[in-house]
Design a protein around this ligand. Structure first.
Ligand SMILES: Cc1cc2nc3c(=O)[nH]c(=O)nc-3n(C[C@H](O)[C@H](O)[C@H](O)COP(=O)(O)OP(=O)(O)OC[C@H]3O[C@@H](n4cnc5c(N)ncnc54)[C@H](O)[C@@H]3O)c2cc1C
Length: 768
């Protein structure tokens, strides 16, 4: 093939891993990063006494740089057992935030004519050149098997040179680590075509056709292996000198370099030029005068401009889902989008409670990128669209099967806007544990949920019932302004004075009106709190529930509590877990307020501490969500835990259908707000009840039969039953009518329809 392989044009530096001091190569790597190079590489010559070990240097440089990618040029592979190499690579890739690339070679180039290869001298295997390439091919297989572990099954491999008997996969790297092979041996070139992601060679001006000849062999081998030649990036080490007048190939002014390199891009498809130099002035001149001019010249000379984003391999493309125009993703999103074949996919496909298999996960970082993502989603109306912040949605609709997920997890800033007013701006991707930690040094807290891992975006657009609810109200009661991207891509701000209707709707039904990109809250002064956990005898579940409910209702607003019960367990006493927070740092007040709770049943265990709100919320794991299957829950709101309700709840608990039964207290400050002030209007409810089961139909039947008659409304954040009645329970008729009118104004085509869709009121007149 002649012509471009369609890869983004990239530039790197090739630094000698030794110099006046060990810091020199590190400084050159940092300079390369500052100059905008994509890649810094170091030679790996284990026979050079004064050279730093390349892998150790890569790790050190990874810690001293932020953005630039790193590789050996090239790694003497036989000196590194491939399974260990894969583990080292995955670890360094994770530690560096996805910046490691693997360039592997046989070490044959270090063989002195007629002498020992460096590999042998160092005690490595003595192989003929052909066998060395075979061994390298096996190393690639092993490294791939280990790096693509995603699947935790032990790796087995039986080759002539390498063998694994159930090796543990090792950590999953942060990105798909490409494997480039370095060398010019025809057998190696065929291996590149058959398996590698890139070919790395050094330009020798004496043999200008070598690149083309190498490409030919690689392309043939790629086709024989059923691959497209464009899957293989061509990387070329180049060196030269800047001089005022043109003196020869890569010896002249920058314009001459561009002229010399352009045919290699346009005719030979080189995608990466790596400048061999330890000279800072040369690095600077190349970065400032050659690289940008070469990009522009290539775009002019080629039939279509080169992409600005990395191309995906055939293996990744093969796993694409139907109906998604992957290649039409805007450049702003393409680099960070995750497809089913991408290494990151297992980290982003599922939620905390629901397994997912989306066709595409978009990860915008700015409102403008959210607007781009929504434009893409509008062009894919036939597919589900999940909006994700923290991934804890219990309905699980922030992931899907085969659709698009718009994940704003990285919009997670927390910033104090006005210390005097305690005004704080928070990104939807922040988690409540992060919020609590950030506010603690000010002596502040924002009433949120009970689990620190939950995201701000989902909870603060729904209600927010947590440990400070009775004293400080719901999370939405503290919202003062919100910024969101609407279905048509417009960026809007809503508050009591800006788009007040939208502000009303977002506080309870936010998921239906846009993608929230920032929220501004007025937070409270909250000092140390009393935090109690009791294990109580639940042998009389109905009696326990009524007594606990009465004690909570009678308690001062300082106290907020929750009770968790499970089904009876064979041969073991029934135990309920009661938790409570008292917003006071006075031990006597705390004990006085907790005593009535402790008295509702005989106790097995109790623990009371005075601690910070942030420490109670520090209960979340940082691990990626790995849920499988569908969560099954039902939920509702209730004013009092009457004897009739408690008897029905006890029957539910002994039915064998429910494995987790949870009641949280609301009431108190929550009741101070006018029910019409926001879309969440259940201000009279004192409790929120949830049951989780394993069987959808059986849970629905029992819940509908036993509990529904006692409930007055629901809180959709805990609901997984998607039948339309749930919407009418969540929003009383007047509220729902207003929401439907607003839905027509802000999302008339129902782009946001996946999580309890409100249908637009087609009869109402639209106000622009
Ligand atoms: C372990 C656990 C404990 C919980 N505890 C509490 C609790 O104590 N109190 C409480 O009130 N709730 C609680 N919840 C429920 C929780 O509030 C909701 O599930 C909430 O939606 C999760 O928000 P998220 O951003 O993490 O979820 P995600 O799954 O990211 O989002 C859930 C839904 O919210 C909407 N959404 C998400 N981000 C945005 C956005 N930026 N703009 C517009 N809409 C968006 C979408 O419709 C999405 O499907 C808990 C959930 C779990 C799993």
């Amino acid at each position: 093939m002649s012509g471009s392989y369609g890869h983004r044009l990239e530039f790197g530096t090739f630094v000698t891993p030794v110099n006046a001091s060990p810091d020199t190569p590190v400084a050159l790597a940092r300079r390369s990063e500052a100059l905008g190079y994509d890649l810094v590489t170091f030679s790996d010559d284990p026979d050079q006494p004064a050279h730093l070990d390349t892998w150790t240097l890569l790790a050190w440089v990874a810690g001293r740089t932020d953005r630039i990618h790193l590789a050996a040029n090239v790694l003497t592979t036989p000196m590194r057992p491939p399974a260990l190499l894969a583990r080292s690579a995955a670890s360094l890739d994770l530690l560096s935030g996805g910046r490691l690339e693997l360039a592997l070679g046989t070490g044959e180039s270090d063989r002195a004519p007629g002498g020992l290869a460096a590999v042998e001298a160092l005690g490595g295997p003595a192989l003929e050149p052909g066998a060395a390439v075979d061994a390298l091919g096996e190393s690639v297989d092993v490294v791939r098997a280990m790096l693509d572990a995603g699947d935790p099954a032990p790796v087995r491999y039986r080759g002539e040179h390498h063998r694994l008997d159930g090796a543990a996969g090792g950590p999953l790297p942060a990105h798909h680590i490409p494997i480039w092979l370095g060398g010019t041996d025809p057998r190696l070139l065929r291996l590149v075509g058959a398996t590698a992601d890139g070919w790395l060679s050094t330009l020798d001006p004496a043999t200008p056709d070598a690149v083309r000849a190498g490409n030919k062999l690689i392309d043939e081998a790629a086709r024989e292996a059923g691959r497209g030649p464009s899957e293989i990036r061509r990387l070329l080490n180049v060196s030269g000198r800047f001089t005022d007048t043109r003196q020869g190939f890569l010896h002249g002014p920058a314009a001459g370099w561009v002229e010399d390199l352009l045919p290699l891009v346009v005719e030979d498809g080189v995608g990466t030029f790596i400048l061999i130099t330890d000279d800072v002035a040369t690095m600077e001149r190349f970065a400032r005068e050659v690289a940008p001019a070469l990009r522009e010249a290539a775009d002019r000379a080629l039939p279509a401009p080169l992409p600005r984003t990395a191309a995906r391999s055939g293996a990744v493309r093969a796993r694409r889902r139907p109906g998604i125009a992957y290649d039409e993703l805007p450049a702003s999103l393409a680099d960070r989008a995750v497809e089913p074949g991408d290494i990151d996919y297992s980290r982003v496909k599922s939620n905390y409670l629901r397994g997912g298999a989306p066709g595409l996960v978009l990860r915008p970082r700015t409102p403008a990128e959210v607007a781009d993502a929504l434009a893409f989603a509008r062009a894919h109306r036939h597919l589900p669209l999940g909006i994700r912040s923290g991934g804890h949605g219990i309905s699980g609709r922030s992931t899907n099967d085969g659709g698009i997920v718009l994940d704003v997890g990285e919009l997670n800033g927390i910033e104090v806007l006005d210390e005097a007013r305690r005004l704080v701006r928070i990104g939807p991707g922040a988690r409540w544990t992060d919020v609590a930690q950030a506010l603690a040094p000010y002596g502040w807290a924002l009433t949120s949920g009970d689990y620190g891992g939950v995201g701000v975006g989902g909870l603060a657009t729904a209600a927010g019932v947590g440990w400070l609810a009775r004293k400080h109200g719901l999370t939405i009661d503290h919202l003062r302004a919100v910024e969101l991207v609407l279905a048509d891509g417009r960026v809007a701000r809503a508050s009591e004075t800006e788009n007040p209707d939208l502000f009303w709707a977002v506080r309870g039904a936010g998921a239906n009106f846009g993608v929230v990109t920032a929220l501004e809250f007025e937070v409270d002064e909250v000092g140390p709190v009393g935090w109690a956990q009791f294990a109580l005898d639940a042998g009389d579940p109905a009696g326990l529930l009524t007594r606990w409910g009465a004690a909570v209702e009678a308690a001062p607003r300082d106290l907020t509590s929750a009770i968790i019960m499970g089904p009876p367990r064979m041969g073991q006493p029934a135990v309920a877990q009661v938790m409570a927070m008292v917003d006071s740092d006075d031990p006597a007040t705390i004990v006085a307020q907790l005593q009535p709770l402790a008295d509702v049943a005989p106790g097995y265990d109790q623990q009371v501490v005075i601690t910070s709100y942030a420490s109670v919320m520090a209960n979340a794991s940082d691990a990626p969500h790995q849920a499988q299957g569908e969560p099954i829950s039902r939920t509702g709101l209730i004013t009092h835990l009457t004897a009739e309700f408690a008897a029905a709840a006890a029957r539910l608990l002994t039915s064998g259908v429910v494995y987790f039964f949870h009641i949280r207290s609301i009431g108190g400050a929550v009741t101070d707000v006018d029910p019409d002030a926001m879309a969440w209007s259940h201000r009279g409810s004192n409790f929120h009840v949830t049951a989780f089961g394993r069987h959808r139909a059986r849970l629905d039947a029992l819940w509908d039969d036993l509990l529904t008659e006692h409930l007055s409304g629901t809180y959709l954040s805990f609901e997984t039953d998607l039948r339309p009645e749930r919407l009418t329970e969540a929003f009383p008729p007047r509220t729902l009518a207003r929401l439907r009118t607003l839905k027509k104004r802000y999302d008339p085509d129902g782009l946001f329809r996946d999580n309890f869709a409100i249908t637009p009121d087609t009869a109402s007149r639209t106000t622009p």
